[in-house]
Design a protein around this ligand. Structure first.
Ligand code: IMP
Length: 198
C-alpha cells in the first residue's frame, strides 16, 4: 500500500484525510514517522508554507509526503489575516484573541465577505528521480464574518464567526461531517484523495 507522511500532528486533520482515502493509502503523522521539531512556516503565501513544510519532511525522510496551510481571507481587510491567521493577534495568541481582534477590525463594516482557503502540497519521488515532483491542491469556501460568536461548541479557530454561503449557521454550529463536506480543507483533501486513488 502507498504510504504518505502528513506534515502534521493534528489528529483531526489526520482522521479527515484517512476517511477521505477509504484506507487506500496509509497516512502517517509526523510523530508516527518519528519526526519531531518545529517546522518553519516563513513564507508569505499559503502555497509557500505548504511547500516549505512538505520539503522539511522530504529532506529528512525521502518518503512521499504532503502538507497543508490554511488562511482566512477577509475582503474588507484586503485579504488579512490570510497566511497569518493562526497568529493574527500575536505570536502565542488564542483562538479567542484572534476572533476578538477580527470582530474589532470589522466593527461597523458592512462588507463582511470572507473565504477560507487551504493549499495542500504533495511531494512524490521515485527511485529513478533525484528530485521529488510537487502537486498542489486548493480548496475554498466563501461566506461572511458574523458580528458575534455563534457556537454549539463544535469546531475551532474562527469557526464561531464564519457562516458559509447557503447556510444559516456558523461552522461552529454545524455537525463536523457537514463542515468537512463543504469546507476549504474538505475540498482540498477531496482533490488530493481523487488524485491518489487514480
Ligand atoms: P492551519 O494552516 O490549518 O494551521 O490553519 C491556520 C489557522 O487558520 C488556524 O490556526 C485557525 O486559526 C485558522 N483555521 C484553519 N482552518 C480553520 C477552520 O476550519 N475553521 C476555523 N479556523 C480555521
Amino acid at each position: 500500500m502507498k504510504r504518505l507522511i502528513f506534515a502534521t500532528n493534528n489528529k483531526h486533520k489526520v482522521e479527515e484525510v484517512r476517511a477521505a482515502l477509504d484506507g487506500k493509502v496509509e497516512i502517517v503523522s509526523l510523530a508516527e514517522a518519528g519526526l519531531s521539531g518545529e517546522i518553519p512556516e516563513t513564507s508569505d503565501t499559503l502555497q509557500g508554507n505548504a511547500l516549505q513544510k512538505a520539503q522539511w519532511v522530504w529532506e529528512r525522510t525521502h518518503t512521499d509526503c504532503f502538507a497543508d496551510d490554511t488562511g482566512l481571507e477577509v475582503e474588507a481587510l484586503g485579504g488579512a489575516p490570510g497566511v497569518y491567521s493562526a497568529r493574527y493577534a500575536g505570536e502565542h495568541c488564542s483562538f479567542d484573541d484572534n476572533i476578538d481582534k477580527l470582530l474589532r477590525a470589522l466593527d461597523g463594516e458592512e462588507n463582511r465577505r470572507a473565504c477560507f482557503r487551504t493549499v495542500i502540497c504533495l511531494m512524490e519521488g521515485g527511485d529513478d528521480q533525484p528530485q521529488p515532483t510537487t502537486h498542489y491542491f486548493e480548496g475554498r469556501v466563501d461566506g461572511q464574518i458574523l458580528t458575534e460568536r455563534h457556537t454549539n461548541g463544535e469546531g475551532f479557530g474562527y469557526d464561531p464567526v464564519f457562516m458559509p454561503d447557503r447556510f444559516a449557521v456558523s461552522f461552529a454550529e454545524m455537525p463536523l461531517e457537514v463542515k468537512n463536506r463543504i469546507s476549504h480543507r474538505g475540498q482540498a483533501v477531496k482533490q488530493l484523495a481523487e488524485y491518489l486513488k487514480n
